[in-house]
Design a protein around this ligand. Structure first.
Ligand code: IMP
Length: 445
C-alpha cells in the first residue's frame, strides 16, 4: 500500500518546470503560486539560473536562492541536487536582508555539492578549448562542478562543518585539479590552507542552515503542508533529454525532483509547465524556429530578452510545439502556464511550429540527433494576432478570462488542443496582478 493511500488524501505538492530552453518566466509563476506555499524547494542547477520577480515596483533577481525567499513564513530549501556557489549565495542573502527580508527559513542540504573557485576557471578554459563548438555556458562553473560530483571528487556543504574531513578531501582532490588546469593551459596553483580557511568560514556562516533536507521535505508533505518544487532552466537544457551537448549539466525535468530533493515520485501531485508564447534560448545549439529577421528583433526588444544572469541577448523565434509536447511527456505536465502573451501584441499573425520536416519526412517527436535537428525545417500553422489590443493589462486581468481578446483566447485553446494539456495560468505582464488564473486544483492561491 503506498503512502498516499495510507494517509487517504493526495498531497498538495506542485512542481514548476520550464518547457523550453529556460527563461520562460518561471520566476514570476513560482512567486505567484508560492502565495499558497509553506515550503519552496530548489532541486537542481545553480547560480546559472536567473529568476526575476516583480513585487509592486521592486524587481528582485535571484540566481541560487529559491523564489520562496521573498515571502515571509515560507521555508526555502536548497536540495542536494543543486550546486552551490557560496559567495553568490552570500551576496543574494545580503541583498534580501538589505530589502528587509528574513532569511532564517533557509535550509541547505548537507549533500549539495559546492562550486569551487577552480570550477569557474575550468568552465572558461573548457569553453575556450571547444572553440567554435562552445556550449555558450554561463561561466558559473556548473558543468565542472557536476562533473566532479559524478566523478566522486566533489566537496559537499556538510563537509564544511568537519575540518579534518575537509582537509583530507582537499588533499586528495587539489593535486588532480592542478594537473587538469595545467593541461588546459590555465595552471592554477591552489593554496590548500587558504582554500580550507575560506571554506571553513563559509561553514561558520551557513552552519545554522545546513541540514539533511530530505526528511524535512518528506515530513512537511506527510503533514499536508504545501510544498512547491521550483525548477531552474528548462526541459530542452536537460542533460538527458535536451539538445545535448548544448545543455546544462543537471536534470531540469520533473524526474530531477526525486533525486535532487530526495522525495519519491508518488509525492508529486501537480506539475505546471511554464511556456512562453514564443521561444528563446541563450547559448549555442540547434533552435529550429529561430528568427534572424526583423520579427526576431521585435521579440528580442519587446520581450526584453536579455539574460538575467549574463545579460546576453537571447535568440528568439516562434513557439515550437514539438518542443512543448516533448516537455509535456517527459514531465507529466498537469497544466501549462502561458507567459509573455503581451509581447505578441503587435503581430498581425502568429506562427506556431507543429512538426519538423527532416530529409523530406514529417517528424512529430523531438529528435535526439543534433545532426538531424540542424537539418530540421519548421512546419508552421498561422493564427490571427490580437493586434488591436491596447487595454491596460492589470485592469484587463481583473475582468477575467472572457475579457481577453478573442484571438488570444483562440491561441490558448489552440495550444491546449495541440498539446493535450489545459492552460491553467495566463500571464500578460511581469506583475503579480497581470495574471489570470484558470486552475481548478487544490493548489489554489
Ligand atoms: P551552464 O548551465 O552554465 O553550463 O550553461 C549551459 C547552457 O545552458 C548554456 O547554453 C546556457 O546559456 C544555458 N543556461 C544555463 N542556465 C540557464 C538559464 O537559467 N536560462 C537559460 N539558459 C540557461
Amino acid at each position: 500500500m503506498n503512502l498516499l493511500t495510507i494517509i487517504g488524501v493526495i498531497l498538495p505538492t506542485l512542481a514548476i518546470i520550464g518547457t523550453q530552453w529556460g527563461d520562460e518566466g518561471k520566476g514570476k509563476i513560482t512567486d505567484y503560486l508560492a502565495e499558497g506555499a509553506d515550503m519552496v524547494v530548489r532541486f537542481q542547477g545553480g547560480a546559472n539560473a536567473g529568476h526575476t520577480i516583480k513585487i509592486g515596483e521592486e524587481v528582485i533577481a535571484l540566481h541560487l536562492l529559491p523564489s520562496g525567499m521573498v515571502r515571509p513564513d515560507v521555508i526555502s530549501v536548497i536540495g542536494n541536487g543543486v550546486v552551490i556557489d557560496c559567495e553568490e549565495m552570500g551576496k543574494e542573502i545580503e541583498g534580501l536582508k538589505r530589502s528587509g527580508r528574513a532569511v532564517d527559513g533557509l535550509r541547505i542540504s548537507d549533500r549539495a555539492n559546492i562550486v569551487m573557485p577552480y570550477h569557474r576557471l575550468l568552465d572558461g578554459a573548457e569553453e575556450r578549448a571547444r572553440g567554435s563548438k562552445g556550449v555558450g555556458t554561463t561561466g558559473r562553473g556548473i558543468g565542472p562542478c557536476y562533473s566532479d560530483k559524478m566523478a566522486r571528487s566533489g566537496i559537499r556543504m556538510g563537509d564544511l562543518l568537519d575540518e579534518e574531513y575537509l582537509r583530507e578531501r582537499l588533499s586528495s582532490i587539489l593535486p588532480l585539479k592542478e594537473r587538469l588546469t595545467e593541461s588546459l593551459g590555465q595552471p592554477l596553483e591552489i593554496d590548500q590552507e587558504e582554500l580550507l580557511e575560506k571554506l571553513l568560514d563559509y561553514g561558520k556562516i551557513y552552519k545554522n542552515h545546513i541540514v539533511d533536507t530530505s526528511p524535512i521535505i518528506y515530513d512537511a508533505i506527510q503533514k499536508g503542508k504545501r510544498v512547491m518544487f521550483e525548477g531552474a532552466q528548462g526541459t530542452m537544457l536537460d542533460i538527458d533529454y535536451g539538445t545535448y551537448p548544448y545543455v546544462t549539466s543537471s536534470n531540469c525535468t520533473s524526474a530531477g525532483i526525486c533525486s535532487g530533493a530526495g522525495i519519491p515520485p508518488s509525492m508529486i501531485e501537480e506539475v505546471v509547465g511554464v511556456m512562453k508564447a514564443y521561444t528563446t534560448r541563450v547559448g549555442a545549439g540547434p533552435f529550429v524556429t529561430e528568427l534572424k529577421d526583423e520579427v526576431g528583433e521585435r521579440l528580442l526588444h519587446q520581450g526584453m530578452e536579455f539574460g538575467t544572469t549574463t545579460g546576453r541577448p537571447r535568440r528568439c523565434g516562434w513557439l515550437d510545439l514539438v518542443v512543448v509536447r516533448h516537455a509535456v511527456r517527459l514531465n507529466g505536465l498537469t497544466s501549462l502556464a502561458v507567459t509573455k502573451l503581451d509581447v505578441l501584441n503587435d503581430m498581425d499573425t502568429i506562427k506556431v511550429c507543429v512538426a519538423y520536416e527532416i530529409d523530406g519526412q514529417r517528424v512529430e517527436n523531438f529528435p535526439g540527433s543534433i545532426a538531424k535537428l540542424e537539418r530540421a525545417r519548421p512546419i508552421y500553422e498561422e493564427l490571427k494576432g490580437w493586434k488591436a489590443w491596447s487595454e491596460d493589462t492589470v485592469a484587463l486581468c481583473r475582468k477575467g478570462y472572457s475579457a481577453l481578446p478573442e484571438e488570444m483566447r483562440n491561441f490558448i485553446t489552440y495550444v491546449e488542443q495541440r498539446t493535450g494539456v489545459k492552460v491553467g495560468i495566463v500571464s500578460v505582464g511581469k506583475g503579480r496582478d497581470e495574471t489570470i488564473d484558470l486552475r481548478e486544483t487544490r493548489w489554489s492561491k
